[in-house]
Design a protein around this ligand. Structure first.
Ligand code: ACO
Length: 386
């Protein structure tokens, strides 16, 4: 099938058909207006790709997610975030030399310019972390003029990617430290990516943080599972801003803002708030589910449903097991996780959710894990975690 035929009134036109690597079929409507004067309407981009891409493959009905052809389950088990990031960027697994070189670049770029550090003084202590993150990423464009116009120069691209991936964790950890009124902690070059983030978050000048390998693994996993997800809200925002020629930092900063929303990346915060509310108000899980079904005050089962996954989200299945393990290891109460499990069990057997194909998504468990590790969630004032 090379073409699709479209009839508009008396007119029939032919549109090119694009076949993906897994035989997915798309109709290319980019010349439709030129040919007919007609545009397409697709409210909320429910069924529109804005470009062809060979990065991520999702089969929402079968619950399949692959980055560059590698199943997410395999990457979750065998890879690290840094290796996965390299794979996503360059399209294949790195050799050990390539991985070492990229890790060295990450180390090289882990510090913040002192000028940037002073920006933190302008934020109130209870500033939302996502506001700080997007502002700081955008501010990086003031310090790296050579990276504002990257064309196809491979060297510069690799450096820009490493700089951004490396500094994001420094910016996030510094925001946390400032909110707590504690001194910033510098990265240790010998530590791995995730270990270093935890060190910058939780070490004190006289009290180094000892990283538990299970926690390092859990955080690696969360980063791997969130590393890419097709043309979703935040990725599309980055692409949209960049398409006008805006620089890398400005584009990614816009993506952070898009991710902030509670229907997207902010859902993990919303899930924890929902579970806490059920717990503190002693609301029965069954009553809560009924409220959701009645759409009372627009209440939703946060962490449920997905634009693409209509059977199960493979990422949530991976995180469910890790959540239980981390909570047990931390000696923390499993009450929140028990409520989550009861909610999931009820919803998965309820016609309302079955008919609408609503299943737990990645955010259903990620917030529980982050909270257990001690990482404040997005919109809570960090001071609340003192
Ligand atoms: N709880 C209760 N009902 C829901 C939920 C939910 N979480 N999600 C969708 N529905 C219902 C809608 O009310 C609607 O019902 P109706 O047919 O009676 O009107 C039906 O299911 C279809 O809903 P849509 O909003 O059209 O579904 P869509 O695929 O556009 O939305 C979304 C996907 C935004 C993720 C939605 O399921 C949702 O709001 N979920 C909760 C927020 C969440 O967990 N977001 C994280 C997604 S993962 C990520 O972004 C990293």
């Amino acid at each position: 099938m090379n073409n699709a035929r479209l009839t508009i009134g008396e007119r029939e036109i032919s549109l090119p058909v694009i076949i993906g690597t897994e035989n997915e079929t798309a109709i290319d409507v980019s010349k439709l207006r030129e040919q007919t004067g007609v545009i397409t309407l697709d409210d909320g981009f429910a069924n529109t790709g804005s470009c062809t891409s060979s990065i991520t493959y999702i089969d929402g009905d079968k619950g399949i997610l692959r980055y560059r052809g590698y199943p997410i389950e395999e990457l979750a088990e065998k890879s690290t975030f840094v290796e996965t990031a390299w794979t996503i960027i360059w399209g294949r697994l790195p050799s050990s030399d390539e991985l070492r070189r990229f890790s060295m670049l990450l180390t090289e770029h882990e510090l913040l310019h002192e000028g940037l550090r002073h920006h933190y003084n302008g934020f109130p202590v209870d500033a939302p972390p996502m506001a700080i993150l997007s502002a700081m990423i955008n501010s990086m464009s003031c310090y790296h003029h050579e990276l504002l116009r990257i064309q196809d120069d491979e060297g510069l691209f690799e450096e820009a990617a490493a700089r951004l991936i490396s500094k994001v964790r420094t910016v996030a950890a510094a925001a946390y430290k400032m909110s707590m009124g504690r001194p910033l902690i510098y990265a240790v070059p010998e530590y791995g990516y995730v270990h270093n983030f935890l060190h910058m978050m939780f070490s004190l000048p006289n009290r180094p943080y000892t990283a538990d390998p299970d926690i390092v693994k859990a955080l690696n996993l969360i980063l791997i599972l969130h590393a890419d997800h097709e043309q979703n809200c935040s990725t599309s925002t980055v692409r949209m801003v960049a398409s006008g020629g805006a620089n890398l930092f400005a584009s990614v900063s816009a993506g952070v803002c898009a991710l902030w929303g509670h229907l997207h990346g902010g859902a993990n915060q919303a899930v924890v708030e929902m579970l806490e509310k059920i717990r503190t108000e002693h609301c029965s899980v069954r009553d809560f589910v009924e409220k959701v079904k009645r759409k009372e005050n627009g209440v939703k089962l946060m962490g449920f449903g997905h634009r693409v996954y209509k059977n199960f989200d493979p990422r949530s299945q991976i995180l469910r097991e890790i959540a239980r393990k981390i909570l047990q290891k931390q000696g923390q109460s499993d009450e929140i996780l028990d409520i989550a499990q009861e909610l999931a069990d009820l919803a998965l057997h309820d016609d309302y959710f079955i008919q609408r194909k609503l299943y737990p998504n990645v955010d259903f468990y990620s917030g529980i894990i982050l909270r257990a590790i001690g990482i404040p969630l997005m919109v809570n004032p960090p001071a609340a975690f003192k």
